[in-house]
Ligand binder design. Sequence first.
Ligand SMILES: Cc1cc2nc3c(=O)[nH]c(=O)nc-3n(C[C@H](O)[C@H](O)[C@H](O)COP(=O)(O)O)c2cc1C
Length: 374
Amino acid sequence: MQTELSKKLGIEVPVFAFTHCRDVVVEVSKAGGIGVLGAVGFSVEQLREELDWIDAHIGDHIYGVDTAIPQKYEGMDKSTPEELVAMIEAAIPQRHRDFAEKLLRDAGVPEWPDEKDPVSLSFSVQQAQALVDEALTRPKCAMIVNALGTPPPEIVQQVHDAGRLIGALAGRLKHGIAHKEAGLDFVVCQGSEGGGHAGEVTSMVLWPQMVDAIAPLPVLAAGGIGNGRQMLAAMSMGAQGVWMGSRWLIATEAQAEPAQRESYKAANSEDTVRSRSFTGKTARMLKNEWTEAWEREDTPDALPMPLQGYLTFDAVRRTHRYAGVGDCQKIAFNPVGQVVGQMNTEQSCRDIMFQLLSEYAEALEQVNTVTTQE
Ligand SMILES: Cc1cc2nc3c(=O)[nH]c(=O)nc-3n(C[C@H](O)[C@H](O)[C@H](O)COP(=O)(O)O)c2cc1C
């Protein structure tokens, strides 16, 4: 199965896997799709380590790296990461720090063991530029994808000069149009049901509008794709491929503590919420006491990006590391889309890919049967 974009990249099937796990990147790329490593929150040293591993295990296949430079954020004018951190540190009220820490303490989540591990800067060009520089030193990194905004012109130019593709996520038409005007090579159009940062319009409504609005630029459909029937729906609306995030979270190769996997497996499609409580922008995740606590009248409001993400960096890493300790799952950061309700079994990435494509073929046959019936 090929589309113009998959041919350009030289991959066998137009399946794009967003993941934070290097093993998933490698396995999906080896199975004919392309793994894209989410690097937000990584230091350059961490990214270097992950990419060394991927380069050593992926063979002749290619992969992508995903960054997150928001269109607008507090401290955009700061020219260095150090200046931005100083601004953020000064701007986070003590009340917010105390509130986050109390939630962690009440749930019995242990402290991070190594005080020397710094809190890492996320969601800013100051962080992303260094990650892009590192990614582009890798010949097998075929594309850079940016979340939350149109990447700055210098980065678009830099990626093109390096002979790679650059795309960006969009949850609203106007964002997709801005990406096209900025000269990007494709747009990942994510509907509201998707995991992570998501807008209000659902995939079913948004995808075809985006395809028409930015034609002939390729659109990858994201948000709510977890099986072959959903993939066929996306392709039938003109998408040049599918971009899936949630489905890989319980792949056998994914790095996640058993308690976090169990939370995903036990959840149904009504158990997610769009909440600002972890990053400062609305992101879809499992509902729990943390997401509810930040909504109450008598509690602090989430801060704007990147302040809230900086404030909750410790909560995210502690709730992932100690996922099964105390009442950790009651406050853990478990981003996922509504497809969580159909994610019940742990399978390898290869099996997920195989099942996705066989279901796609069956669904296509089913549609053909219906359309050719007298
Ligand atoms: C755990 C998780 C974390 C995510 N983090 C990012 C991110 O850092 N950058 C990004 O571009 N997209 C991120 N996303 C969104 C995915 O790239 C993708 O668009 C989305 O998962 C698609 O919808 P689905 O969850 O229904 O598959 C994240 C999604 C999940 C589930």
